[in-house]
Each structure stands twice: as structure tokens, then as C-alpha cells.
Design a protein around this ligand. Structure first.
Ligand code: SF4
Ligand code: SF4
Length: 156
């Protein structure tokens, strides 16, 4: 009884893993409204921290960025850890000034082997890695059309 188990263990120790490596080159699956990497408009962001407050994954923190931002006197902007983000879009929905949007850049394109590079600093979030797909208007019009209600959203 013990010997077959031992043989099996040794066999698995020297065989290749079952998991497959993430394809770095193949085209990822996309839809019209896919929720991918964020873009931050630093000339709109007022540094209110609302995105940080509503993020269910606690993957946003606020950091100071030097520069001239008249609408944001404390120069505080969101930084997002994409390794924790669930791409739910709540930060986009709740931003009072529509400073955050989401793009077609998905997990495949954000693939990295370095844990440090999953943190997207505000200046990195300025760059659109893909086509913009999700804006605050998407949520506003869904509420207006009754597609989603405040009640169903809070149950969500
Ligand atoms: S998409 Fe959702 S999980 Fe990701 S940063 Fe925004 S609120 Fe947090
Ligand atoms: S991105 Fe929007 S919600 Fe987040 S701090 Fe800036 S203004 Fe506030």
C-alpha cells in the first residue's frame, strides 16, 4: 500500500507540472464592454478618495504626485494594484468627476512575472493601454434606463 504511493509521489516529483504557462502572444478574448486596465485623467481627478472607499478589493491607495494640478491642491491620486483588482468597475461608477475609465487591456496583456509591476502608479494610469470601453456614462445611462437600480446595485 505504501510502496505504490511512494512510487507515484516520486513520479510526480520528476514529471512536468499540469498547469500551462500563460500565453504571452496569443490574442485574448474580448467583448464590446470588457472591463480591463484603468485610465486616470489626472487633470480631472480631485483627489477625493471615493474610488478608494468603494473598492471592494481594497486595491486602491492614494499617493502624492508632484506637478501642477489646480483641481487637486493636495496632489493625491489613486494607485491601483492590478494583482488584487477584480475589474468590477465600481471605482469608475462612483468617481464624482468621471476621472477613471476602463479599457480593453485585460489580464493577458497585463501579465507580468514581477509582483512590483502590478502596482499602477497614477502616472502609469494616465496611459491608455487599450481602447476605452467603460466610462461613468455607461453606469449613468444604465440607471436612467432602469437596467440597474440602486437597490440591485447595493445587493450586487
Ligand atoms: S475595478 Fe473594482 S476592484 Fe478594481 S480598483 Fe476599481 S473598484 Fe477596485
Ligand atoms: S479618481 Fe475620482 S474618485 Fe478617485 S480620487 Fe480621483 S476624483 Fe476621487
Amino acid at each position: 500500500m505504501v510502496l505504490p504511493t511512494l512510487i507515484k509521489s516520486v513520479k510526480y516529483l520528476v514529471s512536468k507540472p499540469y498547469t500551462r504557462i500563460v500565453p504571452r502572444k496569443s490574442q485574448p478574448f474580448k467583448t464590446e464592454s470588457i472591463r480591463g486596465a484603468h485610465v486616470l485623467d489626472m487633470l480631472k481627478c480631485v483627489g477625493c478618495s471615493m474610488c478608494q472607499q468603494v473598492c471592494p478589493a481594497a486595491c486602491i491607495d492614494m499617493v502624492v504626485v508632484e506637478g501642477e494640478y489646480p483641481q487637486n491642491p493636495k496632489k493625491r491620486f489613486p494607485r491601483i494594484d492590478h494583482s488584487k483588482c477584480t475589474f468590477c468597475g465600481l471605482c469608475v461608477e462612483y468617481c464624482p468627476v468621471g476621472a477613471l475609465t476602463m479599457t480593453t487591456a485585460t489580464g493577458y496583456e497585463l501579465f507580468t512575472t514581477s509582483k512590483d509591476s502590478t502596482f499602477k502608479e497614477p502616472l502609469k494610469l494616465k496611459e491608455a493601454l487599450g481602447k476605452v470601453t467603460v466610462t461613468k456614462d455607461l453606469f449613468t445611462s444604465a440607471y436612467a434606463q432602469g437596467v440597474i437600480t440602486k437597490e440591485s446595485s447595493s445587493r450586487g
